[in-house]
Write a protein of this length. Structure first.
Length: 188
């Protein structure tokens, strides 16, 4: 896959902005009790789902920030190619077009949300982390997103190219937006 780097980054920003709007729309006008009600026994609530997205995205915000503040970074290319490993990670996480989640995954302990959460805090943190991520995507326009590698949530042993890590974050967020809709339907 070869695409204009700027067009690719525009798409990532658009997807992140749409995710913020979708979360706001799904959670607006719901009371604290409903937002904290689990979908079923042993399942997450809407706020836990949003908190998980925030925790995971925050890992990448930190990793991207550290990398983009390095002194020597390769200059941006006009086209973006991507890599099979990043496409695989994203595909494993992204929902299918009909909204089905292709593969169940266990959440890392450090990305598990608390059981009772404050909706104002969770929503403010979600929005703030996504604003930070969008700012970092904008900053990445000046560098070669196909050559810079960043650690994943698995740590520095597993790295993705910056462009592929962006694709992964979007896929992960979209996966949990499907879950958020399902939870809302179950608890209302």
């Amino acid at each position: 896959m070869t695409i204009s780097t700027q067009k690719y980054l525009d798409g990532v920003i658009n997807d992140l902005e749409k995710a913020v709007v979708q979360v706001e729309n799904l959670t607006e006008d719901l009371d604290e009790k409903t937002l904290n009600q689990p979908e079923a026994e042993g399942k997450w609530s809407m706020l836990q789902c949003v908190e998980h997205i925030t925790l995971a995205t925050a890992v990448y915000v930190q990793n991207f920030r550290e990398k983009l503040e390095s002194q020597y970074l390769p200059v941006a290319e006009t086209t973006y190619q991507g890599h099979w490993k990043g496409r695989m990670f994203a595909k494993m996480n992204a929902p299918k077009p009909e909204g089905e989640i292709p593969m169940k995954m266990k959440t890392f302990k450090f990305l598990e949300p608390n059981s009772q959460l404050n909706s104002n805090t969770v929503m403010a943190e979600f929005k703030q982390v996504h604003e930070q991520m969008i700012a970092l995507v904008e900053k990445s326009r000046a560098v070669n997103i196909d050559r810079i590698k960043v650690p994943t949530a698995l740590g520095s042993m597993v790295k993705l190219r910056l462009g592929e890590a962006l694709r992964f974050i979007v896929a992960h967020t979209q996966r949990h937006l499907v879950q958020l809709e399902r939870i809302k339907n179950a608890v209302q």
